[in-house]
Design a binder for this molecule. Structure first.
Ligand code: OGA
Ligand code: NI
Length: 356
């Protein structure tokens, strides 16, 4: 993906280091991190059936006896929420565990060791930040490591940590499992919508995949900061793995934020802007954000699945039937470039394409 290699983010302080002093000395949170909106909007917590995102069971999708019924649930999750938890996803425990362990170990290292993988000017890969485009914009309470993981020949190993020693291998194995899984989910999504699976799968199969590792340090004034600004993902499907038992992700629905549980062994899957456009808005790319905790760090690892950069992103004919075209077309290259060049701002990048 050429785009992320020509666009950069302004350099900012390392948040993990900042958080250590701020928490130890109970310092005020620096002004650039203070977000008034963080605590002013309603948040729904708890996980009764009305407030939890839907759970989809991949083993049921794969079983001919339960497949159609589970497919209906899958489609409805993507229409109503744009998010679901995936259980029995088939990626072996040792694969997800080693990935998360290696991420934890990476961030535990001294700052100087991590800085060996720092972003370079005009390049979003590596350790640092993204979406910082002006000197006065509010900042997120997090550090990130962003890497292109697929296709394999596009990896830029300068930014791939060699410590812990298993890091590269863990990412390699995990990225391949998750890429397969994303195609399988697209296949069921197409089936569930009564369209030819090849229509969706063909757009994403063997295309680019990127991994963002979000490190959210604790903040003793957690309600004053945001770990990740409200946004939607620009890609097709995102598959996210998070540390167990530490909440942070919140999803916006009907004007409220819904907190997502952090269960062990499940993936959080969400529809990105590109998939919303391709399905003519049948599937929702939901706005989401991450909050931080007062005394626990949190790590999340979303994997983003992109189409080919030459793709003209526009509603597919089979999703427009009996409807009007709801989005103008754009090349994925332009859509992605606009996304990377601006600060994260809800669903703004997608709104620009809406016809009405
Ligand atoms: C992202 C994202 C959520 C989280 O990185 O795009 O939405 O829980 N992360 O960290
Ligand atoms: Ni996201």
């Amino acid at each position: 993906m050429a785009e992320a290699r020509t666009i950069g983010s302004l350099p900012v302080a390392n948040v993990q280091a900042l958080a250590e002093t701020c928490n130890e000395f109970k310092d005020q949170v620096p002004e650039r991190y203070v977000r008034t909106e963080a605590s002013s909007e309603e948040v729904v917590t708890g996980c009764d059936s009305t407030s939890a995102i839907p759970t989809i069971d991949l083993s049921k999708l794969l079983d001919p006896l339960s497949s159609s019924e589970e497919c209906v649930k899958l489609v409805s999750a993507c229409k109503e929420w744009g998010f679901f938890q995936l259980i029995n996803h088939g990626v072996p425990d040792e694969v997800t565990r080693s990935l998360m362990n290696d991420m934890v170990e990476f961030f535990k290292q001294p700052l100087e060791a991590k800085k060996a993988y720092s972003q370079l000017p005009n390049n979003l890969e590596g350790y640092g930040q993204s979406f910082v485009v002006s000197e006065n914009q509010k900042l997120d309470w997090a550090d990130r490591l962003f890497l292109y993981s697929r296709p394999v020949e596009d990896r830029d190993l300068r930014f791939w940590p060699t410590q812990p020693a298993s890091f590269r291998h863990s990412v390699d194995v995990y990225s391949s499992e998750v890429a397969k899984l994303s195609c399988l989910l697209l296949e069921f999504l197409a089936k569930g919508m009564g369209t030819e699976p090849a229509s969706l799968v063909g757009i994403f199969e063997n295309q680019a995949q990127a991994m963002r590792v979000n490190y959210y340090p604790p903040c003793w004034k957690a309600d004053q900061v945001l770990g990740l600004s409200p946004h939607s993902d620009v890609c097709g499907l995102t598959i996210l793995l998070q540390m167990k038992d530490v909440q942070g992700l919140q999803i916006k629905r009907d004007g409220k934020w819904f907190a997502v549980d952090a269960l062990d062994g499940v993936f959080i899957v969400n529809v990105g802007d590109t998939l919303e456009v391709l399905t003519n808005g049948k599937f929702r790319s939901a706005e989401h954000r991450a909050v931080t905790n007062t005394n626990k760090e949190r790590i999340s690892v979303p994997m983003f699945h992109y189409p080919c950069q030459d793709l003209m992103v526009s509603p597919l004919p089979e999703f427009v039937k009996d409807d009007k075209v709801r989005y103008r077309s754009t090349s994925f290259h332009d859509f992605f470039t606009q996304y990377l060049k601006a600060k994260l701002d809800g669903k703004n990048n997608l709104e620009r394409l809406k016809l009405e």
